[in-house]
Structure formats: C-alpha cells, structure tokens
Design a protein around this ligand. Structure first.
Ligand code: DAS
Length: 367
C-alpha cells in the first residue's frame, strides 16, 4: 500500500505517512503499559555514603529522578509518574507528612488510568506508614511501600531491585485487594503485622504473627494467599478527608521494663492539661504486663481521663484482656495483635471517632 503511494507523494510526505503509520503501534504499546505513580519520601534508598566504602551515610539525599535514572528499562514495565513528596529520614516522619502522603496516594489511586502506587520510604517507620495508609485509604489498587537497607551509593545497594519489584507489583492486577503492601528483600507483607526486626539485616522486615503474602521480583508478584484472606481495616477504616494533622489526639508509648517505676507516666500527668496525651500505649513486658508502680501510675492516668492500651514489646503474639491485668476493672484496652507503634496509630485515629472503651476495644479486636 505504501509502495503504491510512493509514486504519487514526495519523500517527505512519505516519511510523514510512515511515521504516522507507526504511531498507532507505539500508541497501542503505550496504552498496554500500565501507569504507576511513584511517591518518594526519602530514606536509605535515597541515601548517600559519606565517601565510597564508608559505613556512615545520609538518608533522604537523592531525588526520585536520580533513582529512576539508575533503573534503565523500568519505563517499559509501566508508564511512570513520579512525585517527590518529601526527602527525609523516616524517623522524622510526622502526622502532617503521613496525611499529605495519604492524600497524594489517594489522588493518584482515584485516577482511572493509574494501576497502582509505589512509595519509596525509609525503613525505620515504613511499617507505621503502611498501617496508617491501611486505615485511611479505600482503593483496591495496590500501594507498595519499599526502601532499602543499604544506601544508593553502596556497591550492594538493595534499593534498585526493591524499586523495580515494587513497580512491577504496583503494575500487576494480581496485587489488587491486599491493601498497602511492604516490599523488601523479595517479600510482600501486608500492613497489619509487618515490623522491622533487625537494625541492619536485609531481611529485617518480618510478619511474626502472619506470614508474607507472597514474593516479588522485577518480573512481578507471586501471591501465596488470596486478597480475600487479608483482614479488612478495623471499623471500616477512617475518613481521610476528615483528618486534620494539627487536631489529631496525641498518644504516647511508655515502655515497661524491670525495676520500672511510674515516673514517666506521672511526668505526663504533671503536664498542663492541654499538653497531656489523650492516650498512652504501654509497650509492656510479656503479655502487656508492667511493674506494680507503673501499673499504679497508669491507673492514675486513666482516672485522669487518659485512655490506656496495653501492647507488648515481645514482637509476636496477642495481648488479651484480663490475663494478669484486670482490664475490665481498670477500663483499659488490650492491643491484641498490634505492636505498640501500630496500636498508637490506631488509638490516635480511634479517638477521632469515639472515647467509648468498648468501641475502642472493638477496633483493636478487628485490627
Ligand atoms: N533511618 C532510616 C530511615 O530513613 C534509613 C532507612 O533505612 O531507610 O528510615
């Protein structure tokens, strides 16, 4: 067909025709590639060593553009749209950034053209961000949080393969319905139970009460359990639009330990009323236990209107009501499966909805 045309049109026009003929093919390929939004927040994945070979490094230095430039061919997996939401070490994350990140993720998820969202994040609080997003996002589309245990400049940097895998998971329809997933070291963890269990090990993220729901590689995810097995967000989740970072209730974590007295709790009670926390999560020993002086101080706190939740520092298992501590008499809440740091997030959001202790306990039972 083009040869017939060649006799009647100039070379330039022919070239234009050829490129036009190719366009639908390119356009079709473009359409076939899913669209993935990547929200960058910093962390070791964006970290830079003080000098080659140095153990010291600074997280949250490189931009997302720089990270993507190290991943040739990634745009063949998905059409990428990147956004630098922040560039911090995640130990510095704040409620304001959490809600801003959630709102940006929700905006991209609401775009029918977007298949999923990747969030690059520091590993120190990644589990908390994943849980917060589980509580406030409503989309069935995949949200994949990833990061790195070695900085981007390290010769064995794990960030690139984690980011490639995260994009492949976010682009995969098979990843729908699991809620936010945490991906490092080729493992996919749902948000509820995953925790950082080691300071420097590449396999630091574990889900001690559950198991990873699957594995992932740059070729995409392989799930071992169906999305229907993932526990729904407690209380149906929370309305992101109604949350104001400046107005969120303040909840702190108090650690139990041998020879513990009640001084930390009494110091909180000595604060002016407007600075006192609305809730205290006990990172208890064993089954959410604490010494008699610390329990007595917590009883003084709940008598002063502070909601007390008992969690455990052990890292695995459930904290149940009324075992060694009489929660019914004290009006306290048992955190069940939630770690202290995740119990704190659920209590913050739960207190935006209710102060009814039975209703709050139900949230923890459903988590
Ligand atoms: N400090 C860590 C953080 O930003 C670095 C990391 O592991 O990502 O969470």
């Amino acid at each position: 067909m083009l040869r017939h045309l060649a006799r009647s049109v100039s070379a330039a026009a022919l070239a234009a025709l050829v490129s036009l003929a190719a366009a639908p093919a390119l356009h079709a390929a473009d359409n076939e590639r899913p669209r993935v939004a990547i929200l960058a927040t910093g962390g070791t994945i964006a970290g830079v060593q003080a000098h080659p070979g140095a153990a010291a490094y600074k997280p949250g230095v490189l931009t997302l553009d720089h990270l993507l430039a190290q991943l040739p061919g990634l745009d063949q997996v998905a059409r990428l749209e990147g956004e630098q939401v922040a560039n911090i070490a995640s130990q510095d994350i704040t409620a304001e950034l959490w809600l801003r990140l959630a709102r940006r993720a929700a905006a991209h998820l609401a775009d029918p053209a977007v298949s999923g969202v990747v969030i690059t994040h520091g590993t120190d609080t990644m589990e908390e961000s994943a849980w917060l997003l589980r509580l406030v996002l409503r989309s069935e589309k995949p949200v994949v949080l990833t990061g790195a245990m070695l900085p981007a400049t390290h010769p064995q940097a794990d960030g690139p393969v984690n980011l490639r895998s995260a994009v492949a998971v976010a682009a995969s329809p098979a990843a729908r319905g699991y809620g936010p997933l945490l991906l490092l070291n080729g493992e996919l963890h749902p948000a509820r139970d995953v925790r950082k269990t080691a300071t420097e090990a590449i396999d630091t993220f574990q889900s001690p009460n559950d198991l990873p729901v699957g594995a992932a590689s740059p070729a995409g995810p392989s799930f071992s359990v169906s999305a229907s097995s993932i526990r729904p967000a407690p209380g149906g989740g929370f309305d992101l639009a109604a949350l104001d970072a400046d107005a969120l209730p303040r909840v702190v974590i108090v650690a139990a330990h041998g020879d513990a007295d009640g001084s930390v709790v009494d110091a909180l009670l000595a604060l002016p009323a407007e600075r006192r926390p609305a809730g205290i999560v006990l990172a208890g020993v064993g089954n959410g236990n604490a010494s008699a002086p610390l329990l007595a101080a917590l009883e003084r706190a709940s008598s002063a209107g502070i909601v007390v939740v008992r969690s455990s520092r052990t890292g695995r298992g459930l904290v149940d009501r009324n075992l060694e501590v009489d929660d019914d008499r004290l009006g306290w809440i048992a955190a069940r499966a939630l770690s202290p740091q995740k119990a704190r997030i659920l209590l913050v959001l739960g207190l935006t909805r209710t102060r009814d202790l039975a209703e709050l306990q139900r949230l923890f039972d459903e988590a």
